[in-house]
Design a protein around this ligand. Structure first.
Ligand SMILES: [Zn+2]
Length: 243
C-alpha cells in the first residue's frame, strides 16, 4: 500500500469492530480524510490519546481500497488536554470541529484554508485570551466565508450601497438597505453589526469593547447565519451557552 504523510486535526472518531476506530481528520494537504486506527481501543494501545478529537497530529497513512490506515501518529499539539477542563471552551471547540467537518464536504479535496483556520481557532480557544463564544463566532464567520458564504456587514448585499444598514437577513447573505430590505429581516442594533464585522476580521479590541447585549445579539445572528447555510443545524451548538 502506498504511504503518505500529512498533518491533521482529529474531528471525530467512531468505533469499528472490536478494537479499532474510524478517525475523521481534517488534514493540511488532503482535506477531509477518514482513516482506520487499528487497536486504538485496546487498553494497551500504542496510540494513547494521540487520536482523540481536537488533537493536532503528524501522521503517516497507508492508502487503502476504501479507507486509509493510520500507521504512525505524533502529537503536534494536544488541544484536547488543553480544552478538556473548561466546559465553555470544550463545547465551543466541539462546535468548531463539527463545523469544519460539515463545511469541508468532499473527501480528499484539499481545503488548506479551512485547515489553517481550524488550527488557528483551536489555538485561540486553548490560549484563553478571548471568551470562548467570541472565538467560536469569529471562527464560524470566517469558515463560512472560506466555504463561499462570506457575509457582508457593511455594504447592502443587494445594491452595494455602503452602510451602516439596519436590516440583516441570513438568506440574503448580510445587511440590506431600507429600500432592499426583505420581509422577516432582523433589525440588529448598529453596534451589533459593528461587532459582527469585527468578529469576521478578528478585530479583537472592538469585540472586547462591545456591550454584552450587542455581543449576545451578534452570537444569535451568527447562529442564524450558520443554520441557514448548513442543511441541518449543528448538534453541538445545543451545548454552547450563549450569554
Ligand atoms: Zn440596497
Amino acid at each position: 500500500m502506498p504511504l503518505y504523510r500529512d498533518e491533521a486535526v482529529v474531528l471525530r472518531t467512531h468505533k469499528l469492530g472490536e478494537a479499532d476506530r474510524i478517525i475523521t481528520l481534517l488534514t493540511r494537504q488532503h482535506g477531509r480524510v477518514r482513516a482506520v486506527a487499528k487497536g486504538v481501543r485496546r487498553t494497551t494501545s500504542r496510540w494513547g490519546s494521540r487520536l482523540e478529537p481536537f488533537t493536532h497530529v503528524d501522521l503517516q497513512l497507508a492508502e487503502g481500497r476504501s479507507l486509509d490506515v493510520i500507521t504512525q501518529a505524533e502529537t503536534l499539539d494536544p488541544f484536547n488536554a488543553r480544552l478538556g477542563f473548561d466546559y465553555d471552551r470544550y463545547t465551543a471547540g466541539t462546535a468548531m470541529l463539527e463545523t469544519a467537518e460539515r463545511l469541508v464536504t468532499e473527501e480528499k479535496e484539499p481545503a488548506v484554508q479551512q485547515f489553517l483556520l481550524l488550527v488557528g481557532g483551536l489555538r485561540a480557544m486553548a490560549a484563553g485570551e478571548h471568551p470562548a463564544g467570541q472565538v467560536l463566532d469569529s471562527y464560524l464567520l470566517r469558515s463560512l466565508s472560506v466555504a463561499g458564504y462570506a457575509p457582508s456587514f457593511d455594504h447592502c448585499v443587494q445594491c452595494g450601497v455602503e452602510g451602516p444598514h439596519r436590516f440583516f437577513n441570513p438568506s440574503a447573505g448580510g445587511v440590506l438597505c431600507a429600500s432592499d430590505r426583505l420581509p422577516g429581516s432582523a433589525t440588529p442594533a448598529t453596534e451589533t453589526v459593528t461587532v459582527l464585522g469585527a468578529l469576521l476580521v478578528g478585530d479583537w479590541p472592538v469585540v472586547h469593547a462591545a456591550d454584552p447585549r450587542h455581543l449576545r445579539e451578534a452570537s444569535n445572528l451568527v447562529s442564524a447565519y450558520l443554520a441557514w447555510h448548513l442543511e441541518r443545524g449543528l448538534r453541538s451548538m445545543a451545548y454552547v451557552e450563549r450569554r
